[in-house]
Design a protein. Structure first.
Length: 310
């Protein structure tokens, strides 16, 4: 099953970069929605296969994790949009950054999930820390104001600019260029472009959001195969959906409140086991889907008079 999953992911990535987006171009909202529908369908079909092969519980845990990860990615989209705006990256080059960002995210999630699984295997009480973290995160999300992220004040960005060579302007879709050294103009050296700096910041953003999503999926199931596959299929489609979500993210304002309740619910589930109260997988999936669907529906209804971008 691991081999099948790896083949499917590689085929999707090759199809994406090598066929559908071989040349840099601006991805419209319409194209973004079509690509996203394709990726979501692939994730759902894989989930159906998991359900058929591993049974009802594994299937429902997969879909619950898939839903939670998809929803958590909404805030991720908002921050990535701010990063692209700060570095003035044209839409035509954004897909390239997101594609390589997804590859990096797959590796990082793999490392974090492997580390999480090892810790849970060695120290079962780690699950309670995950539960506390999810409850605290959910409560904070409920009362957190929509303050804009200040990209310019990011300490990592300041450190990178102070320790490495970066060109002042973009050079097409290139991450690195050769240019004269400032100290010795006769010497040609390798410089990184702002596009590469953008990629680093996008990867950092995913790392920060993974801190929320990885404990959430482990609170649903500790099956490493389910944890990793549901996580990866959810973020694979994020890049495709980004261009639509970035234009319409303001229309999903109330989704974060539904997601906050979901995180609290998942966190509380861990502690209920101590009182011999085990919430069945069908109930978890139903509650998660119901809350997120209600958040999306209410958000769209409240913003129904706002124009939809082309």
């Amino acid at each position: 099953m691991w081999g099948t999953f790896a083949v499917v992911v590689v085929v999707l990535l090759v199809l994406d970069l090598g066929v559908l987006n071989k040349k840099d171009h601006e991805i419209s909202v319409k194209e973004s929605l079509k690509l996203s529908a394709f990726y979501i369908s692939a994730g759902l079909l894989f989930g159906g296969w998991v359900w058929y092969t591993l049974g009802d519980k594994a299937g429902m845990d997969y879909f619950t994790g898939f839903l939670v990860e998809k929803s958590l990615s909404m805030d991720n989209v908002f921050v990535i949009s701010l990063i692209f705006t700060y570095f003035a990256v044209p839409r035509v080059y954004q897909h390239r950054v997101l594609f390589w960002g997804i590859l990096g995210a797959i590796v990082m999630r793999g490392v974090m999930i492997g580390l999480g699984a090892a810790l849970i295997h060695q120290f079962s009480w780690i699950m309670y820390l995950f539960g506390i973290f999810l409850v605290v995160t959910g409560v904070k999300m409920l009362f957190m104001k929509d303050d804009e992220t200040d990209v310019a004040s990011n300490p990592l960005l300041k450190w990178l600019k102070g320790h490495f060579r970066f060109t002042e302007t973009l050079d097409g879709n290139r991450f690195f260029v050769k240019a004269p050294d400032k100290k010795d103009p006769s010497k040609m050296v390798l410089w990184a472009t702002p596009l590469f700096l953008t990629l680093i910041m996008v990867e950092l953003t995913d790392l920060v959001f993974a801190v929320d999503s990885v404990p959430a999926i482990f609170a649903i199931t500790t099956d490493t195969f389910i944890v990793f596959t549901s996580n990866i299929f959810a973020i694979l489609g994020l890049r495709a959906l980004y261009f639509a979500l970035a234009a319409m993210v303001h229309r999903f304002h109330y989704l974060k409140y539904a997601l906050a309740v979901v995180l609290v619910f998942i966190g509380v589930k861990i502690f209920l086991v101590n009182f011999a109260i085990k919430i069945p997988s069908p109930v978890s999936l139903g509650v998660t889907f119901g809350l997120l669907a209600a958040g999306v529906a209410y958000s769209l209804w409240k913003t129904r008079n706002e124009p939809i971008p082309e």
